[in-house]
Design a protein around this ligand. Structure first.
Ligand SMILES: Cc1ncc(C[n+]2csc(CCOP(=O)(O)OP(=O)(O)O)c2C)c(N)n1
Ligand SMILES: [Mg+2]
Length: 279
């Protein structure tokens, strides 16, 4: 896909996020909108993956979403990548839907390999899956995404410490560094300081990127791939803006998990060009 196509796709995914959360009158638009370029870059450019979904993910790149509350951006990306019918986005958060608010495996939605509503577990899983790829002589990569607020959960730091010890050098973990979480700014809730320095101190190779700049996030993910195989895991500290693309949501933790009303829906959609057709 060209950069122009990627940017157009991101605009459509943002519309999907807003429409899904509005229809359900619940869900998480803030982190979803902030990570839209990342998901678009990953699924439409960077990863070698198969929409004809196989749970074991052998001989393809695989992705784990650890901050599972941003499921709207993932569901839209998966549907628009061909994993399941686009119209199924209409069932977001409905009882018995495969598109639960937080992804689970019980509903067998193609693309989902772990449940991730409970924060803090995805890094451990990604490390295990990356080690399994090595045992299986599978040279593909494991990608993962984590919230910055999510890093308050201590299990992350056990995982971050163990990955260099086991030389997990086929793992590219990205942190959504938006400085916001459910109850307020991360600096207020639990100051995290210099996350890049922390990952480096734990033995990771690190990169930093503006996650809302499509050219930059594509280039950074490609650079990360080129840094694999050196005995160390790779972290991308990705600067994003919560609610990116919808002016009244940008930078406000209140939009972590709030649904827009009808007037807010109209205002948001007016800011996001319909490029591929609404579902
Ligand atoms: C183990 C666990 N503790 C607490 C929560 C409640 N919770 C849901 S989202 C969230 C904040 C996460 O912040 P961040 O990862 O920065 O996400 P963002 O608000 O930026 O989307 C919390 C505390 C949870 N889902 N799981
Ligand atoms: Mg955050």
């Amino acid at each position: 896909m060209t950069m122009t196509d990627l940017k157009a796709t991101a605009s459509q995914i943002r519309r999907d996020i807003i429409r899904m959360v509005y229809a359900a009158q619940s869900g998480h638009p803030g982190g979803s909108l902030g990570c839209t370029e990342f998901f678009t870059a990953l699924y439409f450019k960077v990863m070698q993956h198969n929409p004809d979904f196989q749970m074991d993910g052998l001989n393809e790149d695989i992705f784990f979403l650890s901050n599972g509350h941003i499921s709207p951006v993932w569901y839209s990306t998966l549907a628009r990548s061909g994993y399941f019918p686009l119209l199924e986005l209409n069932t977001f958060r409905l009882i018995n839907s495969r598109l639960q608010g937080h992804p689970t495996t019980a509903e067998h939605l193609p693309g989902i390999r772990i449940a991730s509503g409970s924060l803090g577990q995805g890094m451990s899983v990604a490390i295990g899956a990356a080690l399994a790829k090595k045992f299986n002589k599978d040279s593909h990569f494991v990608f993962s995404l984590h919230g910055d607020g999510e890093l308050d959960e201590g299990q992350n730091w056990e995982a971050i410490m163990s990955a260099p010890k086991f030389k997990v050098d086929n793992l590219i973990s990205t942190i959504d560094w938006n400085h916001q979480q459910i109850d307020g700014p991360t600096d207020v809730v639990m100051p995290e300081g210099d996350l890049r320095a922390k990952f480096e101190a734990f033995g990771w190779l690190t990169l930093e990127a503006n996650g809302n700049d499509m050219d930059e996030i594509v280039a950074t993910l490609e650079k990360a791939k080129s840094m694999t195989g050196q005995g160390k895991p790779i972290a991308i500290l990705m600067h994003t803006i919560m609610g990116k693309g919808v002016d009244y949501m940008e930078g406000h933790h209140e939009w972590h998990g709030t649904a827009p009303n009808e007037a807010q829906l109209k205002s948001a959609l007016a800011q996001l060009p319909e490029t591929l057709g609404d579902y």
